[in-house]
Write a protein that binds this ligand. Structure first.
Ligand code: BGC
Length: 419
């Protein structure tokens, strides 16, 4: 009921904001629907706004708070149903394919050809940006979910080295707990639990198992012993979060690591944007490392801007936005602030900090060694119906509704019903 009310409020707000901004859009600008509302995200978005404003293109902002974008997608559905789609919409993975297949997106092939997107955008992203031979969205970045963020002075003060194995991580959590520090900063929202599960499942199942479970939806792996072990590890993590985790936004969890209240956060590299926005320096104030046991793998998600068909061909403003997004200088400037890495393979890592350089190197290595996988938690492993079914089980188990053996059975059932 609570989430229904929240959704309803969001829709009403969205419709009323739109009514008030119709003229801004009508004057040749773009209306952009997105969920980048935290401090770090807003700072990154500003790079894009300023770029467009520099070209004389007006920007009507349509932010819908809610990490992972679920609420934004609800608002989007209401807007499209009302015949009033925004110009450009932040989207992830299978959601983009879904909108394209419904015929809702404008064709960007001319922009893509002029800017040579086929050659510079990696295949893993083209899979979600180009549907049936038509470019339908402009990739902004590549994020990945199997990261851990740590407060360096908290680790140093407690004699904790960067954990390399699950056992090291368990030992580090115990040490912090004994010292009265919250081991894991976590926000109890389904998408955040799923984000943690991406790394935990990859570490237990390995790359073949992760692919079999979440991409191929193989029942023997979804229902196997490895999956039960992954749930057992989630239960242990649950024991190492604070009492107030329920409903907390991800960026508030990041703040707990920033200010030394907690040791670690398992979160995608958008968390780095929060550290940078707070003036923190990687290697000095905070550490970034892959979830123990996943140092070679990358579970990625890429933010893209889908250009909604406004009736007829792609508009000049949409084309200008798409061109700006893929320009090498924007790709560097934006991703340095956002915490992600460029969506083009030919952008230098020079301007990036140590975590960004590592992110770029990890991505290239994972792509060439066959260790790059779409993130289950962020819509790059399967369509929303399956993703949501997995969310439900992971979050119910995390909240103690059932044990790991039951979670495994529930997972098999939920995924089979959702397909
Ligand atoms: C998006 C990120 C965003 C994060 C938290 C992810 O799904 O890809 O760009 O920062 O959600 O809102």
């Amino acid at each position: 009921m609570r989430s229904f009310l929240k959704t309803k409020t969001a829709i009403v707000l969205a419709l009323s904001v739109t009514a008030g901004t119709a003229s801004a859009d009508g004057h040749g600008g773009v209306e952009v629907l997105h969920w980048w509302t935290s401090g770090g995200e807003a700072a990154a978005l500003n790079v894009l706004k300023e770029d467009l404003e520099g070209q004389g293109i007006g920007w009507t902002d349509m932010p819908v708070a809610g990490g992972g974008g679920e609420q934004a997608m609800t608002v989007l559905r209401a807007r499209v149903t009302a015949g009033n789609a925004p110009t450009a919409v932040q989207g992830l993975g299978f959601d983009i394919i879904d909108w394209a297949e419904q015929g809702a997106l404008a064709n960007l092939n001319d922009v893509a050809a002029a800017e040579n997107w086929d050659a510079v955008i990696p295949a893993a992203l083209q899979r979600f940006a180009k549907v049936n031979g038509e470019w339908v969205s402009a990739p902004v970045n590549v994020h990945s979910t199997n990261w851990v963020w740590a407060n360096k002075s908290v680790l140093d003060a407690n004699g904790i080295a960067v954990p390399e194995t699950w056992d090291d991580f368990v030992a580090a959590m115990s040490t912090l707990k004994a010292a009265g520090i919250t081991p894991i900063a976590h926000g109890g929202q389904a998408w955040q639990e799923a984000t943690v599960f991406d790394g935990v499942a990859m570490s237990v199942l390995g790359p073949d198992g992760y692919k079999a479970a979440f991409i191929d939806l193989d029942e023997s792996v979804l229902g196997g012993d490895g999956m039960k072990e992954a749930f057992d590890r989630m239960a242990l993590i649950r024991e190492n979060v604070d009492d107030n985790f329920s409903g907390r936004d991800w960026n508030l969890a990041t703040s707990m690591v920033i200010n030394g209240e907690a040791g670690f956060q398992m979160m995608g590299d958008w968390a780095k944007g929060e550290f940078l926005n707070a003036g923190k320096v990687p290697g000095e104030d905070f550490l970034c490392f892959r979830f123990p046991g996943t140092s070679e793998q990358v579970t990625f998600n890429a933010d893209q801007f889908m250009m909604f068909d406004q009736g007829g061909a792609v508009s000049d403003q949409q084309a200008a936005l798409a061109t700006a997004i893929l320009s090498p200088s924007f790709q560097s400037a934006f991703n340095v602030v956002k915490g992600s890495v460029p969506a083009r393979t030919d952008v230098s890592d020079e301007a990036f900090d140590a975590c960004g350089k590592k992110g770029m190197a990890d991505l290239a290595a994972a792509a060439s060694s066959g260790n790059l996988f779409g993130s289950m938690a962020h819509g790059h492993a399967n369509p929303a119906s399956v993703k949501n079914a997995i969310y439900d089980v992971v979050t119910a188990h995390f909240n103690g509704e059932y044990d790991s053996a039951t979670a495994v059975e529930e997972l098999v059932d939920a995924v089979s019903i959702a397909q």
